[in-house]
Design a protein around this ligand. Structure first.
Ligand code: DAH
Length: 370
């Protein structure tokens, strides 16, 4: 800043004279008018009316003027600053409004355009079938029982009355887990949950157990090394084969419709006595395809019946190994493949489709389940 000026000396403080101030104002107004964006206008404001603008610097010189000239110069600079402030505010408003309009136009959303929906998964057909089957029994008041997939050999075989040399134990069927002297294996069926349920639960027992089972099988259209079963077990007073037949018929009707017919065919399982396999009368050809090569049936392979699962009256030895008094209690059990059930209920032909993870397969197969 210049030193105190006792004599009016307009040359020394020329930035404050009228022409000079007017020139600064003109220059600033031109810059304000030329600003095309609020960002540019901000730069113009700093340059022409900020603390270090020519006008602000000129203002500092006022103190150097003789007293009678200070008022004049002060008013001149004050008017100039007021004028610029107003012009900047006006331009700011106009530019901001224009920018908002432009943004609204640029970001317009056409709500009538078709929406690109995020792809959604689907419930896997095995999960859907598992739920359907369990629901049939939950509705009757039964409970879900669970057991581990890595199982003790004793529960998978011995507790179910399999003899030590039973062929099912062979390495060619069963996946034993190293070290083999620990006698653990990937369970080959859901039946060990029967033994677990009997050991862990109070009587009477009414349970179903859905789950994965493992066998040293090939991977092809009709075999998977990992598949799913549903096990059922009832132990109560006075239970007979009639209760078993009634329960399985109820399950069959719930899944395949009222007209479905079942039959029990004698069989052998170490943990049930008597034992049977349960077949379903083919609900597509109703047996008409048998012996009629002109009208083959894909669902039952023209056999008229579809093999569904195994069942029987619980062998008293199994009950006894869980400490149950077989004079008072008896029971029935059954087990069937869930994957197989989906296959013939929903006409799937290749088990490999179940594990290949194509969501279109899941969507198409069990559309009625959920
Ligand atoms: N666990 C048998 C299997 O995997 C199926 C089975 C048969 C289960 C008879 C049972 C039963 O509960 O009573 O082939």
């Amino acid at each position: 800043m210049s030193g105190p000026n006792t004599n009016y000396d307009p040359v020394q403080v020329s930035p404050l004279d009228d022409d000079h101030v007017q020139a600064m104002v003109d220059e600033a107004l031109a810059a304000i008018a030329a600003a095309r964006t609020t960002a540019e206008l901000k730069a113009v404001r700093i340059a022409h009316s900020g603390d270090r603008s020519p006008l602000a610097l000129a203002n500092r010189e006022i103190g150097a003027l003789p007293p009678q000239a200070r008022k004049d110069a002060g008013q001149r600079v004050g008017r100039a600053r007021g004028l610029l402030g107003g012009a900047i505010a006006e331009r700011q408003e106009a530019l901001a409004a224009a920018e908002l309009d432009a943004a609204l136009i640029a970001e317009t959303v056409d709500v009538t355009l078709p929406v690109a929906l995020a792809p959604q998964g689907a419930v896997h057909p095995i999960t859907a079938m598992m739920d359907m089957m369990c629901d049939v029994f939950l509705d009757l008041g039964w409970e879900i029982a669970e057991g581990p997939e890595l199982e003790a050999e004793w529960l998978n075989f011995d507790a179910l009355n399999f003899t030590p040399d039973h062929p099912a134990r062979w390495l060619s069927d069963t996946l034993f887990v190293e070290p083999t002297q620990n006698h653990t294996l990937m369970r080959t069926h859901t039946s060990p949950v029967q033994a677990r349920a009997l050991l862990a639960r109070d009587l009477p027992v009414y349970v179903v157990c859905p789950g994965k089972v493992y066998r040293a099988d090939e991977y092809d259209a009709t075999h998977l090394p990992v598949f799913h079963q549903l096990e059922g077990l009832v132990v109560d007073k006075g239970i007979s084969m009639a209760h078993l037949k009634g329960s399985l018929d109820h399950l069959a009707r719930s899944l395949f419709g009222d007209g479905v017919e079942t039959r029990l065919r004698p069989h052998f399982f170490p943990f049930t006595e008597p034992s049977a396999e349960i077949d379903l009368k083919c609900f597509v050809c109703h047996g008409a395809s048998v012996g009629d090569p002109d009208n083959p049936c894909r669902t039952c392979r023209s056999e008229g019946w579809i093999e569904w699962g195994g069942c029987g009256v619980v062998n008293p030895r199994v009950l006894a190994s869980a400490g149950i008094d077989t004079e008072i209690y008896s029971g029935f059990a059954f087990g069937m493949g869930i994957d197989r059930t989906v296959m013939f209920r929903n006409s799937a032909t290749d088990l490999r489709d179940f594990v290949e993870g194509d969501v279109r397969f899941s969507r198409s197969l069990m559309g009625d389940a959920r």
